[in-house]
Design a protein around this ligand. Structure first.
Ligand SMILES: Cc1cc2nc3c(=O)[nH]c(=O)nc-3n(C[C@H](O)[C@H](O)[C@H](O)COP(=O)(O)OP(=O)(O)OC[C@H]3O[C@@H](n4cnc5c(N)ncnc54)[C@H](O)[C@@H]3O)c2cc1C
Ligand code: FES
Ligand code: FES
Length: 469
């Protein structure tokens, strides 16, 4: 894991830390990629520079004809942003399909870019939208790189060790432009893309005047399909032109066989997804599946609880993490190199929060951080300094169980019980967000919580019952 954890409160402080520590330092945003890399020992980063306390980095703005995303914009925020849904729909669609609600609450769009996975879901639509990134360093100032220059290979970018990605920018869709994003995974949630495709088209009358097609998970980086794009320009979207573009997109792919699927299957799916995307745009049906109320489990933001970061030295293993857990102020010494999950269980005895996978996949460790559902196995403990955490032990109030807890008992929605605290934390966050959810919305809320024995029938019935109380 890491040795030193810094929580700078300004951008220049963060850049100074990166300049000072060079190759030994790494920015941490959501941590959903980085914590796993550190746990698995595939990344050397003794010094982490946590940028989540720097104000203003989570803005989504339309400025000078460009949409700009700050480096802390999460996938949840992107999904909830009216601007992005209206003017950058392929990006909103892709963020909606990342991981689970908890992962989307933690993970950032910028982290997805810097991680540079060939299957990174946010990269594909941004590439089709013509995005660039702004990188800043203390010594050299800022530079802007188009995606073609930023992405160098599998998990390789042009980012230098002393640089921080400070914004992502791209032109919004115009009145004559439309776009979509399709992802094929081995399941509907918590799945890395087998293939993803983003298409952005401009129309002049009934004909395509410009086309951008980006393909993910079929080459070392996301790629464009220039022949397929050219084949569409000047054409109406007929079955023939769509089929031809699908074939040309498949020909552009350079997929590999891997543990999930074969290269041949990937190539075939590029054709299928490209055709489906173009048909959606021909019919104008690309928004038809967009949820009326995308479930985020973000809760009602809880204001900072008043503790000051300066109260505790947070640079070493002996640092003290001060925060409020279940309404009680605590100061935990020696947890500076742990995850929140381990600190809760090992230092505070709050063992209701379970460890299932320790990889963000199962949801057994779900807690609320400042009101928002997160996977505590991927939250560095020092991150919660000055914050507010609610665990399953804090859900009951004034001696009464939470309605979701009562309903789980009434419906017998528990077998071994290992998944139950996480399920209840997600369900209670859902009811706080949407008191009377539809069944599909309950399913969205539980997408990040796995149960291996009871199954979901009684769990869903319990949540429906709680919603009626
Ligand atoms: C269970 C699970 C499911 C997932 N599902 C998906 C999925 O469906 N689709 C998908 O694409 N991804 C998925 N991911 C991967 C991950 O969640 C995303 O890549 C996410 O967007 C990363 O963002 P982050 O803020 O957590 O990045 P972090 O882990 O904080 O950082 C990732 C990398 O970027 C660097 N970094 C972050 N921000 C900056 C910055 N501003 N400047 C410089 N460097 C920076 C870090 O140093 C690190 O190297 C999943 C991960 C998990 C654990
Ligand atoms: S998601 Fe955290 S333990 Fe499985
Ligand atoms: S009740 Fe056993 S894992 Fe869900």
């Amino acid at each position: 894991m890491w040795q030193n954890y810094h929580l700078p409160s300004t951008r220049s402080e963060a850049l100074a830390l990166l300049a000072e520590h060079g190759e030994d330092a790494r920015v941490i945003a959501g941590g959903t990629d980085l914590i796993l890399e550190l746990e698995r020992g595939v990344r050397h980063a003794p010094t982490l520079v946590d940028i989540t306390r720097i104000p203003g980095l989570d803005s989504i703005a339309l400025e000078d004809g460009m949409i700009r995303l700050g480096p802390l914009v999460t996938h949840s925020q992107a999904v909830a942003s009216r601007l992005l849904v209206q003017r950058a729909f392929p990006l909103a669609l892709s963020c909606w399909q990342v991981g689970s609600p908890q992962i989307r609450n933690q993970a950032t769009v910028a982290g997805n870019l810097v991680n540079a996975s060939p299957a990174g879901d946010a990269i594909t639509p941004l590439w089709a939208l013509g995005a660039s990134v702004t990188l800043a360093s203390r010594q050299r100032g800022e530079r802007v790189l188009p995606f073609e220059e930023f992405f160098l290979g599998v998990r390789r970018t042009a980012l230098q060790p002393d640089e921080m990605l400070v914004s992502v920018q791209f032109p919004p869709l115009q009145a004559n432009e439309r776009g979509t994003f399709l992802k094929l995974g081995l399941r509907q949630a918590q799945a890395i893309a087998v293939v993803n495709v983003a298409v952005v088209l401009a129309f002049d009358g009934g004909r395509v005047s410009r086309a951008r097609i980006a393909l993910g998970s079929v080459a070392p980086t996301i790629i464009r399909a220039p022949e397929a794009e050219e084949s569409l320009v000047g054409q109406p979207l007929t079955e023939e032109t769509v089929a031809r573009a699908g074939e040309l997109a498949a020909a552009a792919a350079r997929p590999i066989d891997d543990i999930r699927v074969s290269a041949a299957y990937r190539r075939a799916m590029v054709r299928v997804l490209t055709v489906r995307a173009l048909r959606q745009l021909a019919e104008g049906s690309e928004r038809s599946g967009w949820p009326v109320h995308p479930i985020t489990l973000r809760g009602k933001e809880v204001a900072d609880c008043g503790l000051r970061i300066a109260d505790c030295g947070l640079a070493g293993p002996d640092s003290t993490v001060c925060f409020i857990v279940n309404g009680r102020q605590v100061a935990v010494k020696g947890a500076g190199q742990k995850t929140l999950l381990r600190m809760l269980r090992e230092d505070l005895g709050l063992t209701g929060t379970k460890e299932g996978c320790a990889e963000g996949e199962c949801g057994a460790c779900t807690v609320w951080l400042n009101g928002m559902a997160v996977q505590s196995c991927l939250v560095p403990a020092p991150r919660v300094h000055g914050g507010r955490v609610t665990t399953i032990e804090g859900l009951a109030s004034e001696g009464r169980l939470h309605p979701v807890q009562e309903a789980f008992i009434e419906e017998g929605a528990v077998q071994c019980g290992y998944c139950t605290p996480g399920l209840i934390m997600s369900a209670a966050a859902l009811l706080a967000e949407l008191p009377q959810p539809e069944r599909a919305e309950i399913q969205q809320a539980l997408a990040g919580n796995l149960c291996r024995c009871t199954g979901y029938f009684k769990v869903i019935r319990a949540i429906e019952r709680a919603a009626m109380i």
